[in-house]
Ligand binder design. Structure first.
Ligand SMILES: C[S@@+](CC[C@H](N)C(=O)[O-])C[C@H]1O[C@@H](n2cnc3c(N)ncnc32)[C@H](O)[C@@H]1O
Length: 508
C-alpha cells in the first residue's frame, strides 16, 4: 500500500502527497528523490502511527521495494531504532524547531525523527543525514515541510547525542525521570521495571540502579534473530549449513547473524521457527517438569498436553514436537480465529506427519477460561502463556512502550487470573501448569500466581529454577530468588519471560 493510502490518525494533519512529475516542479522543489530504504522506513513509521506493527509492516515494505542485504538492514535499523528512541528525538525536535512537537504535522515529524536517528545513532555523516532528510521530506511531505526539516536538521547536527541529552533533561528532574528521558521509556515503565528487578530478586537495593540502566539499554538494542529447531524435525547439520550458530545455552535455539530466516529451508517448511530463546525455555521447562502419578495409580498410556493461549503458535510448535517425543497429544487452543489459523499454519508439518496411531496435534478455537469447566482434570501438562503487556519484549516490539498504559494492567490482570484458574482445573492430578508472560511486571507475574494460589490448597508451586537449570544449565545462579523464574534481556539476552510451575496434588 503506498504511504499516501495509509489510514491517518485523527491528529495527523499530514501534507502527505505523491511526488510531482519533475516537469511540474518549481526549480526550488527539485532535488534528488529519497532513497528506497529511507522511504521504506518512513512508510512503516506512518503505518505504525496509524496503529500498525513495525514487525509486520516492515517485512512487507522491504519486499514491496525489493530491498535486500545492506539496504534492508539499514531500513530495519532506521525503522526500529527511530520507533524506540523517538521519545528522545521529539524533545530534541521541540528545542530545534522551537515549538511543541504536537504542532508539527505527523508525517513531517516522522521525517525529522528518521533524520535525527541517522545522525545521532547510526553514524550517518551529518551533511548526508540532513540532505537525505530534506530529499525525503520534499518527496513525501512537500516543499514547505522540506524547509522546516532542513532548518531543524542543521540545528540538530550542531551537537552530538550526549550534548543533546544534557539539554533535554530538565535540571530539576528526579533520577528515574532522567533515566526515562535519556533511555526513551515512559516513566511508568521505568518505575515498574525497577520494582520488578527488586521483586523477582534479580537486583538488590544496592545494585538495582545499575541493573535498571542495563535493562533499559538492552531494550534499545536490536535483538538477534533466534530460531527454534523443533526436536525430531531438523538436524543441527542442516542449520549449521544454513549459517546458523548454536545458541550458547539453550539446546533447541540457533542464532542468525544476518540474513532472512525465510531463506532457511527448515524455517520455510515449519521444521524450525523464529522464536526467542527465553520462549523456548518456557516450553522446554514445562516438558521437563516432574509430574506425579495421579489417583489412577500411574501415568495413562496416551496423555494430553494443552497450550491454552497458543496464537500465533511459537511455543505450541516446540511443545508439539516435545509432546510427540514423549508420546503425548497436544491440543493448541486460541480464542481469536485468525490467530488460530496462524497456529494451524505453524503446526501443519507436525499435524501432517503425525502417525495415525501415534501422538496427535489438534488446534481448537475457544475461550481458555472455559476449558477448566468443560474438560476438567484432562491434561497432564498445561501452558498458560497469558496475554500481557509485553514489557519484557520491548526490544522486539519497538512501538509497544508507547502504546501500553498502566490501565492495561487492570484489564489483563482479571483475564490472567481467570485463565490460570481454568488451567488449574484442566490439569490432571499430579500434572503441571506453566504460567508464563513476556512481561516481568509484578502485577502480571508473581501477584497473579500468589493471588490464585491463596484459594488453591490442591496446588503446590515448584521451584522453577531447578527445572530451568536442567534445560539451561549455564544460567544457574542467575534466575532470581524463586520459586518463579524471571529471565531478562540484559542478563540472559532473551525476552523478559516469567515462568511459574504449579503442580496439582496427585490425590486432588
Ligand atoms: C502471549 S500470546 C501467546 C503466544 C503464544 N503462546 C506463542 O508462543 O506464540 C497470548 C494469546 O492468548 C490469546 N488469548 C487472549 N484471551 C484468550 C482467552 N480467553 N482464551 C484463549 N486465548 C486467549 C491471544 O489472542 C493471544 O494469541
Amino acid at each position: 500500500m503506498p504511504s499516501s493510502d495509509r489510514p491517518r490518525r485523527p491528529d495527523d494533519r499530514s501534507t502527505h502527497r505523491a511526488p510531482k512529475a519533475r516537469s511540474a516542479q518549481r526549480p526550488a522543489e527539485r532535488g534528488r528523490t529519497a532513497d528506497p530504504a529511507r522511504l521504506a522506513a518512513y512508510t512503516v513509521l506512518r503505518a505504525v502511527a496509524g496503529g500498525g506493527y513495525a514487525n509486520l509492516e516492515l517485512p512487507a515494505e522491504l519486499r514491496r521495494r525489493r530491498l535486500r542485504g545492506r539496504d534492508a538492514a539499514f531500513a530495519t535499523e532506521l525503522t526500529y531504532g527511530t520507533t524506540r528512541l523517538h521519545g528522545i528525538y521529539d524533545r530534541i525536535i521541540a528545542i530545534a524547531a522551537d515549538r511543541p512537537v504536537e504542532r508539527i504535522d505527523g508525517g513531517v515529524l516522522d521525517s525529522l525523527r528518521l533524520g535525527i536517528h541517522q545522525v545521532l545513532a547510526m553514524r550517518v555523516p551529518p551533511h548526508a543525514a540532513a540532505d537525505e532528510s530534506v530529499a525525503l521530506a520534499r518527496q513525501v511531505n512537500g516543499a514547505g515541510a522540506a524547509g522546516l526539516v532542513n532548518a531543524v536538521m542543521r540545528r540538530v547536527t550542531e551537537a552530538d547525542l550526549d550534548t543533546w541529552l544534557t539539554r533535554i533533561v530538565p535540571s530539576n528532574a528526579e533520577p528515574l525521570d532522567r533515566l526515562a528521558i535519556t533511555t526513551s521509556h515512559p516513566e511508568w515503565i521505568v518505575r515498574a521495571l525497577r520494582q520488578a528487578l527488586l521483586g523477582h530478586g534479580s537486583a538488590t537495593a544496592d545494585n538495582v540502579e545499575e541493573g535498571l540502566a542495563a535493562l533499559l539499554a538492552a531494550d534499545n538494542r536490536p535483538a538477534e534473530v533466534t530460531i527454534a529447531a523443533r526436536p525430531g524435525l531438523v538436524e543441527p547439520a542442516e542449520l549449521v549449513a544454513a549459517g546458523a550458530l548454536a545458541h550458547p545455552v539453550v539446546a533447541t535455539a540457533w542464532q542468525l547473524t544476518g540474513g532472512d530466516p525465510g531463506g532457511i529451508a527448515a524455517v520455510r517448511d515449519g521444521r524450525a521457527a523464529v522464536q526467542d530463546a527465553g520462549s523456548q525455555v518456557v516450553a522446554l521447562a514445562l516438558a521437563a517438569a516432574p509430574v506425579l502419578a495421579g489417583p489412577a495409580g500411574g501415568p495413562v498410556t496416551r496423555v494430553r498436553w494443552l497450550d491454552m493461549c497458543a496464537g500465533p503458535g511459537g511455543k505450541a510448535g516446540l511443545l508439539a514436537a516435545l509432546a510427540r517425543a514423549d508420546g503425548a497429544d497436544l491440543v493448541a487452543n486460541e480464542i481469536a480465529p485468525h490467530r488460530a489459523d496462524l497456529v494451524r499454519q505453524t503446526l501443519r508439518p507436525l499435524m501432517e506427519s503425525a502417525p495415525a496411531d501415534g501422538p496427535q496435534v489438534t488446534v481448537r478455537v475457544g475461550d481458555g477460561r472455559e476449558i477448566g469447566a468443560d474438560d476438567p482434570a484432562a491434561y497432564v501438562r498445561v501452558l498458560v502463556d497469558a496475554p500481557c503487556t509485553g514489557l519484557g519484549a520491548l526490544r522486539r516490539r519497538p512501538e509497544a512502550r508507547w502504546r501500553r498504559s498502566p490501565s492495561d494492567l487492570a484489564t489483563l490482570g482479571g483475564l490472567q487470573r481467570q485463565l490460570l484458574i481454568s488451567a488449574l482445573d484442566a490439569v490432571a492430578p499430579g500434572g503441571v501448569v506453566a504460567y508464563a508472560t513476556c512481561s516481568p511486571h509484578l502485577a502480571e507475574t508473581s501477584f497473579v500466581v500468589s493471588d490464585v494460589l491463596k484459594k488453591r490448597p490442591d496446588i503446590e508451586q515448584l521451584d522453577a529454577r531447578s527445572i530451568v537449570e536442567e534445560v539451561a544449565p549455564e544460567w544457574a545462579g542467575t534466575l532470581g530468588q524463586g520459586p518463579g523464574v524471571q529471565l531478562w534481556p540484559h542478563r540472559h539476552d532473551t525476552d523478559g519471560m516469567f515462568l511459574a510451575l504449579l503442580r496439582k496434588h496427585p490425590t486432588a
